[in-house]
Design a protein around this ligand. Sequence first.
Ligand code: PLP
Length: 798
Amino acid sequence: MFKNKEEFKFEFSRRIIESYGRTVEEAHITEKFLTLETMVRDYASVNWATTKSVVKNNEQKQMHYFSMEFLMGRLLVNNMMNLGIYDIAKEGLADYGINIHDLEELESDAGLGNGGLGRLAACFMDSLASLDYPGHGNSIRYEYGLFKQKIENGYQIELPDQWMKTGFMWEVRKPKHRVPVKFFGRVVWNESTGRWEHVDAVVVNAVPYDVPVVGNDTTTTNTLRLWSAEPSDDIPANSDFRQYVQNVRDICQCLYPDDSTPAGKMLRLKQEYFFTAAGIAAIVKAHLRVYPNLDNFHEKNVIQLNDTHPVLAIPELMRILIDEHNYEWEDAWDIVTQTFAYTNHTILAEALETWPISTMQTLLPRVYQIIEEIHRRFIGYVKEVSHRDQELIDRVMILRDGTVYMARLAIVGSFSVNGVAQLHTDILKERELKDFCDIFPNKFNNKTNGVTHRRWLAYSNPQLASLITETIGDTWVKKPEHLEDIMEHVKDPILQNRFLDVKRERKQILADYIKEHNGIEVNVDSIFDIQVKRLHAYKRQLLNILHVIYEYQEMKSNPNYRIYPHTYIFGAKAASAYYFAKKVIKLINSVADVVNNDPETNQYLKVVFLENYGVTLAEKIMPAADVSEQISTAGKEASGTGNMKFMMNGAITLGTLDGANVEISERVGDENCVIFGLKDQEVKDLKASGNYHAWDYYNNDMRIRRAVDSLVNGTFHENKEEFRVIFEELMNRNDEYLLLADFASYVDAQHRVATLYQDKNKWAEICLVNIAKSGFFSSDRTIEQYVHDIWHLEKLKF
Ligand SMILES: *Cc1c(COP(=O)(O)O)cnc(C)c1O
């Protein structure tokens, strides 16, 4: 299409004239942006077509990643870089007087996810394509992504995220590939066929929109398939079609703004079945275009279930095999249980997904019937192998007390069950899913999460990327494990100083953003101590702000107490119905108001809450961090991936031994991170002993008492009741997440950080070690492990 700058310019100009009837000079900036985006998409389409034909001709096995969320972020520059056309485009545009960054800024985030789980799916897509594996995404084309967060008067306000407002040029609508999805109705036995039939159903058409996933420096271009619901002509007689159309629209309208509690809503279940059933139907159809039947389905397809949201794929594939292709139960079950693999993402009991049987039976009568049969046969099997251990049986039932347990269905129907960090997997095997691990010991395995260095370092931090490339060459972009070569240079004072310069430059960029968006001046020579992630009690943003309160009070009451200048930066969205989390956001903002405006302390202490945390903002934040706050109660954070992004950008982890922090600290060593707090086993024992009393900590530690009292004595809000729920949670509901138990240890850890920071070159050395050791936390490594242990894919060859 274009091979050099001149060809690019010619093509760009031709398209602007043809599409908009104007010259490049006359065109509106949005038109230039849309033209560039379309050009990149068309450029990628050539590789896309090649990839599809290679997969088909070689009859290669493919992986399908079923996920309710894909938090892709912006695609334009990332795709240009992966295609190796960024510099050509940048220079060509510059000749027209266009700054490519101005176009970049016009792109909205494809924010089809809540947080870590959705971003993991996006990083996996990048690694699969970049490593030349045929692996595709399957999800929903939400009209609105996760809400846009505004902060008004310190409170979170939610606005619709209209991410497709200027159009989403990456997608290709494929109406020909639409498939019907059935809801409601009833199941009847057809004597003549000897099969069950689903009749009187409400039929919805699922129409795919395909988005190319461009690999780095390769031809491989995979597909992210997003399904959209449209009306079918097959609608029940005498029904009001307007109501029907509205119901259809609702399915893909919104992403549920919460990934940790099952919203008790029929609509959510509809969404889950909708994209799952559509995905399965499409894969089955594609299979039958190449092979005569489905006998070898599992040899050519493997489906990874990202958490339990897509687990209905298991009974759905059973349904297709039995009802539509006349398989016997046992044969169908053999195929199904060699097709699916399940990733568990949480140990929080309240986040394990369940549905009322009545809801499932009403919405999905035939699928429910199949779940019942899976349950019946599984319980029969457990009875046999456990010699009728009734207590065990009660604990593992898929259906019990009017409830469907989705994780149990996932485990029974999959050949692999994985956790997402070593500690998390150990807890699953030894505690939460121990019964299942005893029944199916060979299914359980660990796949420690990773993130893509291409987006989180090469793309988002070009300054640091160049420094690394000057030091060790550029092979780390495709082979992040080569970052280890930095180890030979970490003691080099010249490199250390250059690193500090890069860090300062990135802190200045963030400081400018803060000035523009929050109106707050921050000191770039202060420690940028950052906690950005979803707001949740277990992640303990509250512990962080309580420590800020403590430092402030200490300075106010003791004129000789001076801290090293700190800027505490927060970013977090709270689920719209999560009252406590929203109060913590308000508290952070109220503390910021007081602290930032106190002339006695504000050259030492600043607090900033950045509004609307998402992928694009994260790309600005990660490079600017000195300290990465990863302070969840041990045993609660399955993995965390924010911790890895900070690490590769040269920040030091201040964290508990939770999730992947454990593996980070093992790799960098105790001297290169700051670990504090109770360990997982200690948390468990303390809880079990019944001897944890928040009031004891309050009564015995003056610092805690003073900080906690400030929540209800008017220090940070004229209304003393404003933060009462937070006080109640800590004191009268006995501090479920053990903030007070870890407080003293956290204060000490913060002291260690401040002390370390004052030896600039030593600090730089530590940061460089963190970058060097971040190779393990690449999603390329994670994907290779999935391929080796679970998916068994071959690389594409062109
Ligand atoms: C990486 C990422 C997350 C996950 O952060 P954790 O600290 O692991 O919870 C959430 N949101 C966005 C936008 C991210 O990029």
